[in-house]
Design a protein around this ligand. Structure first.
Ligand SMILES: Cc1ncc(COP(=O)(O)OP(=O)(O)O)c(N)n1
Ligand SMILES: Cc1ncsc1CCOP(=O)(O)O
Ligand SMILES: [Mg+2]
Length: 215
């Protein structure tokens, strides 16, 4: 393996049965190395779940993440991250700014920023104090109407130019992740290929860990 790369799980866009999902979630976290989970309850068109539903899901899933020593982030909403005691937040270009999120959550919190396929946005996020920058979408995805397409060369450039961790996102599978790992991704953020895996989420986490180790 060329460098350390770890799995970053993003929850399914909707959770119909929270108790049933919690079992799958715990199984996935127990199946192999997972660095981080992002609670993201949002349709592909961008309609987010209610605050109550997000807080209810966080109440159930956060203790499971803690039990597995996995960081727990909330998508979009620093205020909800603060309310539920999450480890941090992921913000996009249309969400609260990195600086506002940091001011609300404090120095110890993790704040990640979407930078699409832009070196410029990533440099700005780094200046603003982001803990990681996220680039994508690297492959077609059904989870979100992703506005940009990113190339692995961006990860290569970023890794040579800076020491700030970078996350690759968008349509990533165990079969296509090798190029991203070799290009320097520090984390692979994945939703569909884990939660919709035919053999189940635990098998998918194992398959990702094996693919990362083999890259
Ligand atoms: C790790 C990671 N990277 C990118 C995104 C996308 O964030 P954003 O552009 O704000 O879009 P939404 O996820 O809010 O629809 C992400 N969530 N996580
Ligand atoms: C949230 C997000 N931002 C860019 S692509 C994407 C979806 C990632 O999910 P999947 O791994 O299912 O493509
Ligand atoms: Mg967002």
């Amino acid at each position: 393996m060329t460098h350390d790369c770890r799995l970053y799980l993003i929850t399914p866009p909707a959770i119909a049965d929270l108790d049933a999902f919690a079992e799958e979630f715990a199984g996935a976290l127990g199946a192999g190395d997972v660095a981080c989970v992002q609670l993201r309850l949002k349709s592909p068109e961008g309609v987010a779940a209610s605050d109550d539903d997000i807080l209810r899901a966080a109440e159930k899933l956060l203790p499971l993440a803690r039990a597995h020593d996995v960081a727990f982030l909330i998508n979009d909403r620093p205020d909800l991250a603060l309310k539920c005691g999450a480890d941090g937040v992921h913000v996009g270009q249309s969400d609260a700014s990195c600086k506002k999120a940091r001011a609300l959550l404090g120095e110890d919190a993790t704040v990640g920023v979407t930078c699409h396929n832009s070196k410029h946005l990533a440099l700005i996020a780094g200046e603003a104090g982001a803990d990681y920058v996220a680039f994508g979408a690297f492959f077609p995805t059904r989870t979100k109407e992703a506005p940009t397409v990113a190339d692995p060369a961006l990860l290569e450039w970023w890794s040579f130019a800076t020491t700030l961790p970078c996350v690759a996102i968008g349509g990533i599978t165990p079969e296509n992740c090798g190029d991203l790992v070799r290009a320097g991704a520090d984390f692979l953020a994945v939703s569909g290929a884990v939660w919709s895996c035919e053999d189940g989420p635990a098998a998918a986490v194992k398959a990702f860990n094996a693919a990362i180790a083999a890259a």
